[in-house]
Design a protein. Structure first.
Length: 105
């Protein structure tokens, strides 16, 4: 019993030291990431308008990626919510075919 207690105390000491080391490393990494967000890679500081432009461009990029994923996911362009029922897909497909034929005429 005495050996087991010593072993547990030793493991506890080692884990505590490792925990402190990891916390310091995480804090340093967090500071570096925060600094990268503030400054551009060219070394300049972002102005308010530049930051807004970057954010709006990111939103546009996310929307484009979302649209591309939706197109790839469904070969006929149907919404993914219609997958749950075969009858719904048939109805939606029929309506779309009618719309396509009326658009052509």
């Amino acid at each position: 019993m005495h050996k087991a207690t010593k072993r547990l105390a030793h493991e506890n000491t080692l884990l505590s030291a490792e925990n402190r080391t990891l916390r310091k490393a995480n804090e340093a990494l967090s500071k570096r990431r925060h600094a990268k967000k503030i400054q551009l890679h060219q070394g300049g500081v972002l102005t308010g308008q530049e930051a807004l432009d970057i954010l709006s461009q990111q939103k546009v990029d996310v929307q484009i990626q979302r649209d591309e994923r939706q197109k790839r996911g469904n070969s006929n362009g149907e919404a993914s919510s219609s997958r749950c029922c075969r009858k719904q897909r048939k109805r939606k497909g029929a309506v779309r075919r009618e719309v396509k034929t009326t658009d052509i005429n």
